[in-house]
Design a binder for this molecule. Structure first.
Ligand SMILES: [Zn+2]
Length: 459
């Protein structure tokens, strides 16, 4: 597309906005792009893009995967344009391209890694055509924003450019069906001891064969619709992974096999999501042209951003914070399952509200009936302390899940939740919502402070 005077004018003003916001130490990752698109609606089509674009999309894990890809490429000496500190919708991608271009709209870098919101496919892919697109998985997310995983599958399939090579999750029968005409590779994780014969989650969005509507037969289920299945009535089945990983949670290793070659990676914890993220990133980077062997050291030194997961042992008690994402029943269920499976006794603090008061609440709470609160009924969990304006809603949900009422404590203000901790379990979990990170981490730090005080400040 040509660089019209209108485009150049939009770019010029967006550049001024970007510089001004930076001088004022404001986050310049949204507004400049928003301004440019408002002034020139097809701005994204007219600005030059880096030669190679890596896109990362999917319901869960895209931010972590993006960070891993950017860090690995940077370590290998690439200069990467990215939107990691910004928005993942069209205005965010535009802001990133504006910061990475000259005054005349020429791209200054050769590679870009963009996290792309699934719903923004419509507004991004007509203009920004990824060379590679990694889709981590597709699940139910916020109903208000995302409707249903099949709806998101259709949007991505419709808009992803035909030239884009896809890197897809073979164990996910929803996202592995994106744009069947496109060139693709699949990654997957070998069957594990903890896999089940059928789904025990409330939500499983792949019960029926998408070809003939017969009931699918699962070879194994890992969680929700993640696993491997085939149709007893037609030839439909889970695709065969090109990259097959074997996760060993006891020794915290992940062995990736492609063809005859195997490479070992270190896992940072025993969470299946991080095993999937690592597997996806290795597959993507190999497709980009970096041998798995070269990635082993680099990716083994990865760190999860502390705001998403942290653990620290003080005296005899371990304090763990874990982002659970409210409105996202799958992310919550998986975190609840992880807590249930962990060894030892636990106190759990739930901070899932995304607002300070009920009036501003972003949406209704039907999603909590899709989330497996049942996992929190495990006898290893001695107490569940719920903070926030929706505390009673969660309490009702927990009681329906069969959790003993005497174990549930509701607290209006999140910051008061540490008062209800009794310090009688091996672990204290703070499970929190993405949009209230600061408050949740303040709660976690307050718990740590009190714990240090109790242990005499020696730990
Ligand atoms: Zn079938």
């Amino acid at each position: 597309m040509k660089k019209t005077p209108r485009f150049l004018f939009a770019l010029f003003l967006a550049k001024i906005a970007l510089i001004t916001q930076r001088i004022l130490k404001m986050n310049a990752s949204y507004f400049p792009g928003k301004l440019a698109i408002t002034l020139c609606p097809d701005f994204l089509g007219r600005i030059d893009k880096p030669e190679t674009i890596i896109g990362v999309t999917g319901t869960n894990g895209k931010t972590t995967c993006c960070n891993l890809i950017i860090d690995a490429l940077t370590d290998l000496g690439y200069d990467v344009l990215n939107n990691r500190f910004g928005s993942n919708i069209n205005a965010g991608v535009a802001s990133s391209l504006i910061s990475g271009s000259t005054l005349f709209g020429k791209a200054k870098k050769e590679i870009a890694v963009f996290e792309i919101d699934e719903r923004s496919s419509v507004r991004i892919y007509p203009y920004v055509k990824p060379t590679f697109l990694l889709c981590t998985n597709l699940f139910r997310d916020s109903i208000r924003r995302n409707a249903h995983s099949e709806y998101i599958l259709d949007i991505i399939s419709k808009y992803v450019p035909e030239t884009t090579k896809l890197v897809l999750n073979a164990d996910d029968l929803v996202s592995s069906r994106i744009a069947p005409g496109n060139e693709r590779v699949y990654f997957g994780i070998e069957r594990m001891e903890t896999d089940l014969p059928e789904s025990i989650n409330i939500v499983n969005d792949m019960r029926l064969c998408p070809v003939c509507n017969s009931e699918l037969k699962y070879d194994f289920v890992r969680y929700h619709h993640i696993g491997r299945a085939h149709c007893p009535n037609c030839s439909f089945s889970s695709p065969k992974p090109d990259y097959l990983a074997k996760a060993d949670f006891e020794n915290l290793t992940l062995t990736m096999t492609r063809g005859l070659e195997s490479t070992q990676f270190k896992l940072i914890n025993d969470s299946i999501f991080n095993a999937y993220n690592l597997t996806a990133v290795v597959a993507l980077l190999e497709q980009f042209g970096i041998e798995a062997k070269k990635l082993s050291d680099i990716l083994s030194n990865q760190k999860i951003v502390e705001t998403r997961f942290s653990e620290e042992k003080i005296g005899d008690i371990e304090v763990i914070s874990n982002m659970a994402k409210g409105q996202n029943p799958i992310a919550c269920s998986c975190v609840f399952d992880y807590v249930k499976r962990a060894e030892g006794t636990k106190e759990v603090i739930l901070l899932l509200d995304d607002v300070h008061d009920n009036a501003a609440s972003s949406e209704n709470i039907c999603w909590i009936y899709d989330a497996d609160f049942e996992f929190l009924g495990d006898e290893s969990i001695k107490r569940i302390i719920i903070g926030g304006v929706r505390a009673i809603d969660y309490k009702v949900r927990l009681e329906i899940a069969g959790v003993d009422e005497s174990k549930i404590i509701c607290i209006d203000k999140e910051s008061d939740t540490p008062d209800a901790v009794r310090w009688d379990a091996d672990k204290i979990y703070v499970l929190h919502e993405l949009y209230r990170n600061d408050e949740a981490l303040a709660v976690r730090d307050e718990i740590k402070r009190r714990l240090r005080e109790r242990t005499g400040g020696n730990a």
